[in-house]
Design a protein around this ligand. Sequence first.
Ligand SMILES: CC(C)(COP(=O)(O)OP(=O)(O)OC[C@H]1O[C@@H](n2cnc3c(N)ncnc32)[C@H](O)[C@@H]1OP(=O)(O)O)[C@@H](O)C(=O)NCCC(=O)NCCS
Length: 164
Amino acid sequence: MEIRDETAADHIAICDITRAAFADKPYSDQTEAEVIEGLRAADAIRLSLVAVSADEVVGNVVFSDVAIDGVAGWVGLGPVSVKPALQRGGIGSVLIKAGLDRIRATGAAGCVLVGDPGYYGRFGFKTVPGLGYGGVPDDYVMALAFGGALPRGTIVFHPAFGAA
Ligand SMILES: CC(C)(COP(=O)(O)OP(=O)(O)OC[C@H]1O[C@@H](n2cnc3c(N)ncnc32)[C@H](O)[C@@H]1OP(=O)(O)O)[C@@H](O)C(=O)NCCC(=O)NCCS
């Protein structure tokens, strides 16, 4: 399996995989594909990696800049999706680890996300007292600092997350 940056030729496959991955998820509002398209249209994708197996895109992870109480330097992880038939085979983990390595190398302060602590804890993400996002329970708001202090405050994602 190859992990590489998305290209224009991957856009439809990324959209299809994202829709399929979230289609039956009760915690999803099924707008994730539109969020990615909105980020792309606004040139706000910081990094989008695809996992490719036998010339087929089988997974995708997207990172975009966030502000935390007006402070820049942090990057948001998501959406991330793996082709349903291939989930729980390690592809998501490989994508996320590769993406975090790339983001860390750019000098970012760290990465935040809204997601299941049972999954993201394995990458070093922690819930942080005082770090929040909208009406989401704090247990689902997580951060990974790349060396410095963990952030506190309210995360503001790119408007594409709310516009979809
Ligand atoms: C979440 C996702 C990207 C993970 O990719 P993956 O390739 O399936 O995951 P991996 O094989 O790397 O890791 C498997 C582990 O993740 C766990 N896992 C998978 N999806 C999970 C979820 N939504 N919540 C909690 N744990 C999850 C599995 O139970 C498994 O745990 P284990 O190793 O303790 O058995 C993928 O399952 C997916 O596309 N899910 C639907 C979309 C989604 O929920 N995206 C994330 C939104 S926050």
